[in-house]
Design a protein. Structure first.
Length: 349
């Protein structure tokens, strides 16, 4: 069975593997989604993560389907009390004009509307962990790596965002709050404003972490979150499948990197990312592991990762991903991983 861990300063006990659901409604049908949810629960996973904008890739035709599939499963299974349910409110993005007519900032009107819509789709009265999918302010995210002050724009003050989240907690609609795609400054500011204004404290951060993207290990985030008791929920541990080596073995393999437009998520198809993935794949195979096993076992074994968010397009794939939890990496293998990282640091960040 999968271990449980306390999420930050909350009372939530979550499995160290979290079922990510962004494929539900795009790559997975409702029946397939239900099968994955059933299997995850059978294997001891009690933590389910979704978002109002899912599935990926985002579109007006499918938006909200992921939550609806989870909601129909909750109603059918009657197992709401057995899971910790997490969802996310979209940040500002004018391209997603189908979500509240493009008004997706972190103000009171938008957050309240997002929560109410998610509750309806999920067919529940309460979301255990509610997260801000990406910041309101200017910040390099989703493959951008350089902060550019010239891109500054009007944004919602963090204390205002915390205030509405606090009211939703008081109303019982959400339980705890977290951030996603955040920086060290953002984490510190959320904590500072919570302490200064008596507002709810964030308990988690959902950020990118995998063999090709280890930026979280720096003191900018790792130390900040450790000292402030903010748990990391690591997403994309397989780098959109690049770390499984399936695209190395077959460039036309089925998956997001061939299903979606080539430029949709460029960090996963950079030459440096592909080259690093090739080295990690060779290392895994030399040690009798599949590339996916190495990539997942790496995330599962890191002391600062509270829960690793995994996604799958089949129950068989989900089983393999969960089974990697029981693999132990030798000190020699960890040293070899670090040696590759030293030669090619964070190409997929």
């Amino acid at each position: 069975m999968i271990n449980k861990i306390k999420l930050g300063s909350s009372g939530l006990e979550v499995s160290t593997i979290c079922l990510g659901t962004m494929t539900f409604g795009e790559q997975n049908s409702e029946a397939e989604a239900h099968s994955q949810l059933d299997y995850a629960l059978e294997r001891g996973i009690n933590f389910i993560d979704t978002a109002e904008m899912y599935p990926v890739m985002a579109s007006a035709q499918t938006q909200g389907s992921t939550e609806r599939y989870i909601g129909s499963w909750l109603k059918k299974s009657g197992k709401r009390s057995q899971i910790v349910l997490a969802s996310k409110v979209a940040g500002p993005n004018s391209r997603m004009h189908w979500i509240r007519k493009g008004k997706t900032d972190h103000d009171a009107v938008n957050i309240r509307a997002a929560v109410e819509d998610s509750l309806r789709r999920l067919q529940t009265e309460h979301i255990d962990l509610y997260q801000l999918h990406w910041p309101s302010r200017n910040l390099p995210i989703f493959g951008a790596s350089v902060y550019d002050p010239r891109k500054e724009h009007a944004s919602v003050a963090i204390e205002d965002t915390l205030a509405v989240l606090g009211k939703l907690i008081e109303e019982g609609k959400i339980g705890h709050i977290g951030v996603s795609n955040e920086s060290s400054w953002g984490v510190c500011e959320y904590i500072k404003q919570a302490e200064l204004k008596g507002l709810p404290r964030i308990v988690s951060i959902q950020n990118l972490y995998n063999l090709t993207a280890r930026h979280f290990e720096t003191s900018l985030l790792d130390e900040t979150c450790h000292r402030e008791n903010v748990s990391l929920l690591a997403y994309s541990p397989l780098a959109f499948g690049q770390l499984t080596a399936k695209y190395l073995d077959d460039p036309q393999a089925k998956g997001r990197l061939t299903r979606f437009p080539a430029g949709w998520s460029p960090r996963y198809v950079r030459p440096a990312t592909i080259a690093a993935a090739s080295q990690y794949a060779a290392l895994a195979r030399a040690h009798g592991l599949t590339p996916a096993q190495l990539a997942l076992a790496w995330c599962y074994s890191r002391w600062f990762v509270a829960s690793t968010i995994i996604g799958a397009t089949s129950v068989a794939q989900l089983q393999q991903n969960i089974d990697a939890h029981h693999l132990a990496l030798s000190p020699e293998l960890v040293a070899a991983v670090d040696a590759i990282h030293a030669r090619a640091p964070n190409p997929g960040q």
